[in-house]
Every structure is written in C-alpha cells, then in structure tokens.
Design a protein. Structure first.
Length: 385
C-alpha cells in the first residue's frame, strides 16, 4: 500500500525486476488483508509486508478472485465484494510509483494507464472503503464518493504529482474537494496513495470525536488535505485562489532554463457548489485571469439533499462557464468510462490560456441496488442492503 521511496531504493537490474503478474500477485496478498481490516477491531491495523515478501507472493492469488466488475455489496461483506481483486489491485496500482519527469525531487506519480478490468477493481476498492467507513460510523455521505471514484482514481493514480513523504513540497499538484461532504473519497485516496496521515485505523474512526478523519476535510487535522471544505462553493473558490497563486509565483520566479513553479490545481465540485454565489464570483475571476492550470470537475449527478435538481436548478451550467471564459468539456458516462475522463483531462491540459470545467455525468451512489440516483444516498449510510 505504501508508496516506494525511489531516492533511497537500490538499483535493481532490469532482469531482476518482478513481472506485471508478480506485481499483481503482490497487490493481491497485501490487499486481501487490507480489504477485510476495516470491519475488524481497531487494534488489528494492517501493515504491508516487506517488498521482498510481496514480490514472492503466489501469482495464483489474483486469479482466484470472483469480484464483480460493477460495484456491489453490503456492509458486512463490503470488503469481500471488492475482495482480493478489489482492494488488492488498488493497492498494487497505487503502489507502483515512479519519479516524475518535470520535478527536481522525489515525487509520486502513479504512472501508466492500466487494463480496464484492473481500473474497475481499483475504483470499486475506493468506493467500498467509503461505503464501509460510513456504514461503520452510521453517518456520512456515501453517494458522492461512489460517483466520483473514477475521477479520484485517475487523478491520484495517473495525473497528479505529489509525495506522501513530503506533503508540503512546494511544487506539488493541488487537489480540492469542493463537495467536502463526500470526504471519504479523499480519505480513501490518501490512504491508498500511502499517506501516513490516513491509516486504516483512522478510516475506522471516520466521523468520531478526535479522529483524523472528520466529517468534512480539514487541512489543520489531516496531512494531505489542501483546503478545509464543507460550505458549498467554498472549495472551488479556494481552488481558483490556489491556481492564481501558482500563476503568480511562476511569473515571478521561473527563469529560462529554471522552472521552479509548474503545477496544476484540480477540484471536484457538485451541484450545490454550482448554485452558490461565491463560486460564480470566483470562477468569473478565473476566466478573466485565464488560469490554464485550473481543472474543475463538475459532478453532474442531478441530485441535492432535497431531491432531483430540476426542483430548483435548471440553468445551463456549461454555457455560464463558457461565458466566464472557461473551456467546457463533457463526459457523458462518468461511472464507467475512465478513458473518456482521461481524454478530457488531456484536452484540459492542452488548453493553456483558459481554465477548464469538465462536466462529468454520474449517478450518485453508483452501484447501490436500492439508493442509486436518489437523494437517499446523499446524506445517510447505505445500510446492510
């Protein structure tokens, strides 16, 4: 589960490197333990075995999985539903780190696109860490993490540059979860990416007094959280500020042949964020400044805590952002079409003179047999069924 520190790792000749099959087996061995840990007593926290042991794990382990491709399961069997192939493959995919090309120090950037079935298992592992933690705490917002998991997976596994061992590294990419009520998405991602600030025990203590995993992300409590969010519209507005700071620092300190500041700011916002006036003002300013390194994902699931958005919110959000001076892209199936999200991110990065809004159509509570596409998945545990 933990990201490898490449700066202190001895060189291994390529002939001695483990194969993809062996690395997947490693992931299975580590993930099988992690997937079941969340429902165990807090004292039984998971620790990944040493690298040599993980490489020596039997390749047959991964092949034994029967986890479904879509997100299914219940509270008591949530870990089993994702199972050996779910959390396990997520562990492997997040752990296969490599140094980034455009930075001067060690940084985790989790590399390459993986096979579709592997991506599905990784995404389902993220979903069910959120589901099980919220069920265990009997409080929280499971719907958003289940819909946003593909976005989070792509950002942390392929797009963002960061270092769990140096969370204040100045040129890291920034991520802001504007829809902060869905914070189990962020805690799941931080845990799987190797941040020590979010252990399995911390996830078990989600929303408990004094825990490092409060019900909305707080940057003074949890390393890896850039911005305290919760009040809707606040996070995307802070993301505008972070992107403006990046542009200013780059203009002041970057010199020919010496690029010190060069990072992206990503944010996920929901329908509530789009309704709030503060986001209108900040995003209009972002368009005015032409913040080309600001990429916002609009989780367009059509649900608020009161019901479907057409009760009170029917405007064309994309047209509004185009009027602000943003590039607007659309992903019609954000639940399963990871390739389309990846393509949209590439298009966003190619547009250097405008911020980009990516409208991602999702189903809130995706995979839940009884509460998907319902406000029932918004602010309460999914329950055993």
């Amino acid at each position: 589960f933990r990201s490898l520190d490449f700066s202190s790792r001895p060189h291994v000749p390529s002939a001695a490197m483990p194969s993809r099959q062996q690395r997947n087996a490693v992931a299975a061995a580590a993930g099988a333990a992690a997937a079941t840990a969340i429902l165990a007593p807090a004292a039984t926290s998971f620790a990944a075995p040493p690298l040599a042991q993980r490489v020596a794990a039997s390749p047959a382990v991964l092949g034994s999985s029967t986890a479904p491709a879509a997100a299914v399961g219940n509270t008591a069997a949530g870990a089993a539903a994702v199972g050996i192939a779910g959390a396990a493959v997520a562990a492997g995919s997040f752990a296969r780190s490599k140094p980034a090309k455009r930075v001067q120090k060690k940084v985790v950037r989790l590399a390459t696109a993986t096979a579709t079935d592997t991506e599905t298992e990784c995404i389902n592992a993220i979903r069910f860490l959120a589901v099980d933690a919220i069920n265990k705490s009997q409080s929280g917002h499971p719907g958003a993490p289940m819909g946003q998991a593909p976005i989070g997976y792509l950002l942390m596994a392929e797009e963002m540059q960061y270092n769990p061992e140096d969370t204040k590294w100045v040129n890291r990419d920034r991520f802001v979860l504007s829809s902060g009520h869905g914070c189990m998405l962020q805690y799941s991602l931080l845990h799987l990416a190797g941040y020590k600030s979010v252990s399995m025990d911390d996830i078990k203590q989600f929303r408990q007094w004094g825990s490092k995993t409060p019900g909305h992300p707080e940057n003074f409590e949890t390393e890896g959280i850039e911005v305290t969010t919760g009040p809707l519209g606040m996070g995307i507005s802070n993301a505008v500020g972070l992107a403006a700071a990046e542009a200013h620092l780059a203009a002041v300190y970057n010199k020919p042949g010496m690029t010190l500041i060069d990072h992206y700011t990503y944010t996920i916002a929901g329908d509530g964020c789009m309704q709030e006036g503060i986001s209108h003002e900040a995003c209009a300013y972002a368009g005015h400044l032409g913040l080309g390194k600001l990429i916002a994902f609009y989780d367009d699931n059509g649900i608020t805590i009161d019901g479907h958005t057409d009760l009170s919110f029917t405007e064309d959000v994309g047209a509004r952002y185009e009027a602000y001076g943003w590039q607007v892209l659309t992903v019609t199936d954000g639940n399963t079409d990871v390739a389309a999200i990846r393509k949209a991110i590439a298009e966003a990065k190619a547009c250097t003179d405008k911020p980009t809004l990516i409208k991602v159509k999702t189903i809130i509570g995706y995979g839940s047999p009884n509460k998907a596409d319902s406000h029932d998945a918004h602010g309460a545990p999914l329950g055993a069924e």
